[in-house]
Design a protein around this ligand. Structure first.
Ligand SMILES: [Zn+2]
Length: 397
């Protein structure tokens, strides 16, 4: 490893107190979504960014959901974008937390708090990496844009989607700092299709069910067939680095009272998709099951409506950013295998535009969105090194 890189890594180790303080300040800057107000978090970022650069831009289409972009060597090409989100999922039932969810409490090398892992840890690590490059005056030929956004947990229309549409950056490659279980290199991500499935019946008195058509009974038939005919097929369907496709019935509602024949029942289906599946194909698969049930029982009246879809993606392992990520991990003596990302993140926004996108971030995925969310501080410090070195490899002079 060359001396500039060694100096940067040393600087990062020496800035541990500052890095931990920044992360704590971010956790304390509540940004629960809904409502997804990112103003306090942006203030923390702006304050830190101001200590090492003047190229700080706050952009938003909703004043309560600001996004912040920080650029090193503006105008340089290629442009590497480090993307992270500032909003968090709700705290949930506070009684289930052992610590103050906004307290940034540290216990045995773990920092606790809502959003500390998903993904204020990734955000703070990217910012500390940029600071180390800047303080050590590392010369860049390309540019490094850090973009920290709101509205990720609920769709990205005001966050990364907005910035991309409005041309606030035009990256040649993207790294999203979401959790990849201690900075694994994720090059593929699942998509999500959300459906509302409704069955209609005919109401009647509960004592004379033969007079009506029970929409709950009809729904039961369809759900049973989805479980027996479709779920096992999905469980065998894999794609590259991702685990199998899945389907989950998230909610069910129907009927008005125990003594009335239900005339309506509705379920919401969460179908996680793979890069080798299409939106239309996935919809048709569910529709085929419904059609088969209807053939057996003509009284079944069901409609399937797609509420939302986010596309899956897979970046070729041959892309420059993938190779550079592997090189970086090897330089740091870390595992360099490619993995898949099982959740859904802002990565698709860039990937849909054909921009090579990967996901690398500190934290353990199963701790996200749960009470007592926490982040291993050594993973956090390692992530700063990963981001700093990767940026040097990708856009360094
Ligand atoms: Zn996230």
């Amino acid at each position: 490893m060359d001396t500039v890189k060694e100096k940067v890594l040393k600087r990062i180790e020496e800035s541990m107190d500052e890095a931990i303080e920044l992360l704590a300040d971010l956790v304390k800057a509540e940004s629960v979504n809904p409502p997804g107000d990112t103003r306090k978090a942006v203030e923390v970022i702006e304050r830190t960014a101001g200590t090492f650069t003047e190229n700080v831009e706050i952009v938003s289409c909703d004043e309560a959901v600001p996004n912040i972009n920080i650029t090193l060597n503006p105008g340089g090409r290629p442009q590497l974008l480090y993307n992270g989100h500032l909003d968090t999922v709700p705290i949930g039932n506070e009684a289930n937390w052992e610590v103050d969810p906004l307290g940034a409490v540290i216990k045995s090398n773990l920092m606790y708090g809502r959003g500390v892992a998903d993904m204020k840890g990734g955000v703070a690590a990217m910012l500390m990496a940029a600071k180390a490059l800047s303080v050590e005056s590392v010369s860049l030929k390309g540019s490094l844009v850090l973009s920290f956004v709101g509205d990720e947990e609920t769709g990205a229309a005001k966050g990364a989607g907005y910035l991309m549409e409005q041309g606030h950056y035009s990256p040649d490659m993207v790294v999203v700092g979401e959790i990849t279980n201690d900075c694994g290199i994720a090059i593929a991500e699942k998509g999500i299709n959300v459906y509302v499935l409704t069955t209609k019946g005919k109401t009647a008195h509960g004592s004379t069910p033969w007079v009506g058509v029970n929409a709950i009974d009809k729904m039961t038939k369809i759900l049973y067939r989805l479980q027996t005919d479709l779920v096992p097929v999905l469980a065998r369907r894999e794609s590259g680095f991702l685990p199998p496709a899945t389907m989950n019935i998230g909610t069910i509602q129907g009927g008005v009272s125990f003594n009335v024949v239900a005339d309506s029942c509705e379920v919401v289906i969460d179908r996680r998709t793979l890069p080798n599946e299409t939106v239309d194909g996935v919809t048709q698969e569910i529709q085929d099951v419904i059609d088969r049930v209807r053939k057996e029982d003509p009284e079944v009246e069901a409609t399937l409506v797609r509420l939302a879809a986010a596309s899956p993606f897979e970046t070729s392992p041959d892309e420059t950013i993938c190779r550079l990520a592997q090189q970086t991990m090897k330089e740091l003596g870390r595992p360099s295998d490619f993995v898949g990302y099982e959740q859904v993140c802002d990565g698709r926004i860039f990937s849909e535009k054909g921009i090579p996108t990967i996901i690398i971030g500190p934290g353990t995925a199963k701790k996200a969105h749960t009470p007592n969310e926490n982040l291993e501080l050594d993973q956090y410090m390692d992530a700063i090194k990963v981001y700093a070195l990767l940026a040097m490899n990708a856009v360094g002079a």
